[in-house]
Design a protein around this ligand. Structure first.
Ligand code: NAD
Length: 379
């Protein structure tokens, strides 16, 4: 069993609140990692296997994500140990959020993560009697539906374009793993920007065409049949996983974590790898890719479109006007492109991997804020 004190280091967590309710069987935890740059903001997860340790790790990732994209919120995450398909989901959720009414919304604002939907965000606001308790509420309640808008994938594509421009790879071939919320929106934006998408995959398999896939047709089929769209193209089928290693200048893993380790990294043929998924490459793989001259744009730089739009959603809580979708896309593009340049430059000048550079920049910002608030250890 995890000793919660073992989870605490120089950065946080500042607060861990574990709650339970004997009537509903609800068990849950809120971890507020580091609020030196702003109040805690990070999604809320509902899964039967949720642990305090997992939520603490995710809260730490949020600390670096917010600082990495230079937005003034702090790292936090909440988790409910329950089955999201339970007929008692609403009762469990209401009981969880009620128990956190001391912390919400002054120190933490609920958001969506695995197991929670936009309707659950509406339930949270209803339970706590304020519009400010959760973001991710439905469009009809003034929310910002960021998965529907494909903002994270749009941002990944903008990052691809920025990094590709620096390597003279504009308009070249791209292979994408995953065609879900992130992967399909990445493909759509890259197609608009003039790139040739030569491979894509879903959990149902992978397809490739060296002359370029027909992205509008793929998007249409995805809307109709979801992951099974790959079954429409038997003549283009390749082995699952092979999409990461096809002949292409750029590769975008946008599905699962831990897909490229030290054994796989030498087989990557691309010159640019942009991490749409969280944690797709191992630290050893990152070193091997750097040694081989493959530019890697780290996950929390490339997929930060989600947090930028969450920041808009935070503002939208207190505004009677709908968030302007156009300005979200513009901000995502500007912030992520600028961040990409900064991280690539930093990695080059310090001769470190881009992951080390990105984490270093985020830590520097958090450390500075901690110093200014007098939160740094003095003895
Ligand atoms: P999703 O569930 O919408 O899509 C996942 C896609 O991956 C699906 O197309 C699925 O078929 C495919 N897939 C699953 N197993 C596969 C396999 N073995 N091979 C190939 N494809 C496979 O999920 P998503 O929201 O697109 O998230 C994808 C990744 O991006 C995750 O790592 C997630 O943490 C990360 N991410 C998502 C967001 C967001 O806004 N949705 C933000 C930041 C990071």
């Amino acid at each position: 069993m995890t000793n919660v004190f073992d989870l605490m280091d120089e950065w946080g967590p500042e607060k861990i609140v574990a709650v339970s309710d004997t009537r509903t069987g609800m068990k849950g935890v809120l971890v507020i990692d580091n609020t030196s740059r702003g109040i805690g903001k990070g999604g809320t997860r509902m899964q039967p296997t949720v642990s305090v340790e997992e939520i603490a790790r995710l809260a730490r990732v949020m600390t670096w994500k917010w600082a990495g994209v230079d937005l003034f919120y702090g790292g936090a995450k909440a988790g409910i140990q329950a089955d999201p398909n339970s007929p008692y989901k609403e009762e469990i959720l209401r009981s969880f959020v009620r128990k956190l009414s001391n912390e919400v919304p002054e120190e933490y604002v609920f958001g969506l993560d695995m197991g929670l939907t936009e309707n659950d965000a509406a339930t949270i606001n209803d339970e706590l009697g304020s519009r400010g308790a959760a973001v991710g509420t439905p469009y009809e309640l003034g929310g910002v539906p960021y998965d529907q808008l494909g903002i994270t994938g749009y941002g990944v594509a903008e990052v691809v374009d920025e990094a590709a421009t620096r390597q003279n790879l504009q308009g070249t071939r791209v292979a994408i793993q995953g065609f879900g919320a992130v992967g399909h929106a990445t493909a759509a934006r890259l197609h608009e920007l003039g790139y040739q998408v030569v491979a894509i995959s879903t959990a149902a398999g992978a397809i490739a065409d060296p002359d370029g896939l027909d992205v509008p047709v793929l998007l249409e089929r995805k809307a109709q049949v979801g992951d099974r769209l790959v079954e429409d193209f038997p003549q283009l089928r390749i082995a699952s996983g092979a999409e990461l290693y096809v002949e292409a200048e750029i590769v975008v893993p946008a599905a699962l974590q831990d897909v490229i380790n030290a054994t796989d990294a030498p087989a990557i043929r691309a010159q640019l790898l942009v991490e749409g998924a969280n944690l797709p490459t191992s630290p050893q793989a990152q070193e091997i890719l750097a040694e081989r001259g493959v530019t890697v744009v780290p996950d929390f730089v490339a997929n930060a479109g989600g947090v930028v739009s969450a920041a808009f959603a935070m503002d939208a809580r207190f505004s009677p006007f709908r968030a302007e979708t156009d300005s979200i896309f513009t901000t995502v593009s500007q912030k992520l492109r600028a961040n990409t340049i900064q991280v690539l430059e930093e990695a080059r000048s310090r001769s470190v991997t881009t992951h080390q550079a990105a984490r270093g920049l985020a830590q520097e910002r958090v450390r500075k804020a901690m110093q200014l608030r007098g939160k740094v250890l003095t003895h």
